[in-house]
Write a protein that binds this ligand. Structure first.
Ligand SMILES: NC(=O)c1ccc[n+]([C@@H]2O[C@H](COP(=O)([O-])OP(=O)(O)OC[C@H]3O[C@@H](n4cnc5c(N)ncnc54)[C@H](O)[C@@H]3O)[C@@H](O)[C@H]2O)c1
Length: 159
């Protein structure tokens, strides 16, 4: 558990290429947020890429599969997750030719599991949660001129 009143977001696949660049940037820029990193640590994930974050009190790593509904539900309940940024994926195209099933499992079933758990979790909450799901799920990140990601239509510190 985090010991403060900050909002907590679930970021999946942080040990991969994009996530491991995103997390240190986000933690530094958005001080009112905690991050829970859910990553299975497949061949593509390497926690060494997140060494600079491991002692940050606003960061928590959980090793696990986004397809594991019980685990995802536990994380939503335990940390009162208020947003999800989803990087966990099978992303190496060469491997999709040799073993396509794991791509469908992670990229389709895993993504569905996250969205479905989030939807059910937030719909049981007060209106502000429902509004956030309906509004934010139609927004996306854009890259700024300096090459950093930023919410395209609403700044997270304003929500
Ligand atoms: N890298 C790029 O240039 C690029 C460009 C555009 C879009 N994308 C997309 O962004 C996303 C992330 O890309 P990346 O390059 O960081 O990928 P990556 O392969 O480097 O990392 C994927 C991460 O997901 C984790 N993971 C895999 N299966 C998992 C599962 N079932 N449960 C939990 N964690 C799991 C891996 O351990 C790894 O840490 C992908 O959807 C990719 O298609 C990437």
């Amino acid at each position: 558990m985090f010991d403060n009143n900050r909002k907590t977001i679930l970021v999946t696949g942080c040990a991969g290429f994009i996530g491991s660049n995103f997390v240190p940037y986000f933690l530094e820029k958005y001080s009112k947020y905690n991050i829970v990193n859910l990553d299975l640590l497949t061949y593509a994930g390497n926690l060494d890429n997140l060494k600079e974050c491991e002692n940050n009190p606003r960061y928590k790593f959980i090793k696990g599969d986004i397809c594991n509904r019980e685990l995802v539900e536990f994380i939503f309940n335990e940390y009162d997750i208020q947003g999800v940024i989803h990087f966990a994926a099978e992303s190496h195209v060469d491997n999709s030719i040799k073993n396509p099933a794991v791509f469908v499992q992670t990229n389709v079933t895993g993504t569905f599991t996250l969205v479905d758990v989030a939807y059910k979790h937030w719909m049981e909450k007060p209106f502000v949660y429902k509004e956030r799901f309906l509004v934010d799920s139609s927004h996306s990140f854009r890259m700024t001129d300096s090459g950093h990601p930023e919410l395209s239509s609403r700044h997270p510190e304003q929500s």
